[in-house]
Design a protein around this ligand. Structure first.
Ligand code: ATP
Ligand code: MG
Length: 437
């Protein structure tokens, strides 16, 4: 992409409405714009990051054996009346009436919808287990939408649902998602720490929230420091293996949010206990027959008996993750994207647009990098050098390549690593190889 043609409305000043750094930087880097409270439009740069996160989430769901579907945003109220949640959900649910006077709603989540699909299509234990997911916009009329997309009213969520014949099998599904979540957050450059969460009337211990540590996080957290060092399961993980040892290991050390934490718990850990703040980026939950029973989602078991499906649901806050990544990875000059989600890998700066030699060299590198699959943003504007550097630091691409008349004479470019700030001189004819080898 050529910056001269790109729709990238960056801001030089800090917008006054933004209280936390990720919100400030998303506005300044031209990623999103507010439409109304807690509802945002995604501009090209923001959308590229959102899509990159989705891709990683999708790959890890697929790897764990979860199949992608797509359910609607608008749901009929009857399904929620049937589960009993239509009244319970209260004012957070956006209720809509269609022209025929039918009660509809903009889905805050999809347990009812998916239970309805599965109860119609799955009748026998032979069709189990199944795990299904989608990545779809949700609406929750939050009392206090704030911090930009971090707590929005409209937000993008990945939600998966598992269907099993019995508890043991359901627990295997839960473990798969547990491991998939560890891997997903790791690939996004984050440490998502599983913490005990409420199971409500369901009971048991199969509910974990995954939190990323950040000073601006909305939850207080108490975490055994060793959890920050544990190894993440590799991409050779076999999801058909027994994953219980991995889950046991990760849940063997103390980690709880302030909602679950009891005064003095973990005190014996001394300075191994970290008291900090965190952002909830995911939540996995086994809830047995909570929806299948009232909604009549049953199957025939081996003995010919009719039993309700055992279910779990597993959410990831896809849009919130962008905020979490920026909170975890920025400096005074702007965002520092991890390569896995960066909107472009390389920012190519032409220090003297209009200079024939600089233009020709930049065009050549730009074309070759893109052709080799290395996504590159070329700053071909007539902005002053200082402004170009500032802008590139703000938008946070992992690598900057600077082409100017002086270096060009010696056949050299300057390459800067955004994260470390390290600058090295690289021969111009080696640039493409450096990023594509
Ligand atoms: P929270 O406690 O933050 O309100 P929740 O427990 O209501 O979240 P879940 O129903 O578990 O959220 O939803 C799954 C995931 O969706 C959450 O872990 C979070 O990452 C994300 N999420 C929930 N609400 C919002 C929101 N208003 N804006 C952005 N992301 C959200
Ligand atoms: Mg939750």
């Amino acid at each position: 992409m050529r910056l001269s043609q790109y729709f990238l409305p960056t801001l030089k000043e800090n917008p006054s409405e933004a209280q936390i750094v990720s919100h400030r930087l998303m506005l300044r880097a031209g990623m999103v714009r507010q439409s109304s409270a807690g509802i945002y439009s995604w501009l090209p740069m923001g959308l590229r990051v959102l899509r990159n996160i989705e891709k990683i989430v999708r790959e890890e769901q697929d790897r764990a054996g979860c199949q992608e579907i797509l359910m609607p945003t608008i749901q009929p109220a009857e399904l929620w009346q049937k589960s009993g949640r239509y009244d319970d959900y209260g004012k957070e649910m956006l209720r809509i009436t269609d022209r025929h006077g039918r009660d509809m709603l903009y889905g805050p989540t999809n347990e009812e919808q998916i239970t309805d699909i599965v109860r119609t299509e799955i009748q026998s234990y032979k069709d189990l287990p199944k795990m299904l997911y989608h990545i779809q916009w949700k609406f929750r009329d939050e009392v206090r939408p704030r911090f930009g997309i971090m707590r929005g009213r409209e937000f993008l969520m990945k939600d998966s649902y598992s269907f099993d014949l019995d508890f043991e099998s359901s627990k295997r599904a839960y473990n798969k998602m547990f491991v998939a979540y560890l891997r997903t957050f790791d690939r996004l450059g984050l440490r998502g720490i599983p913490m005990q969460a409420d199971t409500g009337p369901i009971g048991g211990d199969l509910s974990h929230e995954f939190l990323v540590l950040a000073e601006t996080g909305e939850s207080g957290v108490f975490v055994h420091k060793d959890l920050l060092e544990f190894d993440i399961p590799g991409d050779d993980i076999d999801y058909d293996d027994d994953l219980q040892p991995i889950v046991d290991k990760w849940t063997s050390l103390y980690a709880a949010t302030d909602e679950k934490h009891e005064d003095g718990a973990g005190a014996e850990l001394g300075d191994k206990l970290l008291e900090a703040r965190g952002i909830e980026v995911g939540h996995i939950f086994h809830f047995g027959s909570k929806y299948s029973e009232p909604m009549g989602a049953t199957v025939m078991d081996k003995n010919g008996d009719t039993v309700p499906l055992q279910m779990g649901s597993y959410g990831i806050g896809v849009s919130r993750l962008i905020g979490a990544i920026i909170e975890a990875s920025h400096d005074d000059n702007g965002i520092i994207w991890p390569e896995s989600v960066a909107p472009f890998k390389v920012g190519l700066i032409n220090l003297k647009s209009g200079d024939e030699a600089c233009d020709a060299t930049c065009d050549k590198i730009y074309n070759e990098l893109n052709a080799a699959g290395c996504e590159t943003l070329l700053d071909d504007t007539s902005e002053r050098a200082g402004g170009k550097f500032k802008n590139m630091d703000l938008i946070g691409l992992p690598w900057q390549v600077v082409i100017g008349p002086r270096g060009l004479k010696n056949g050299m470019a300057e390459v800067k690593n955004r994260a470390t700030g390290e600058k090295i001189d690289v021969a111009i004819d080696q640039i493409v190889a450096k990023f594509t080898a």
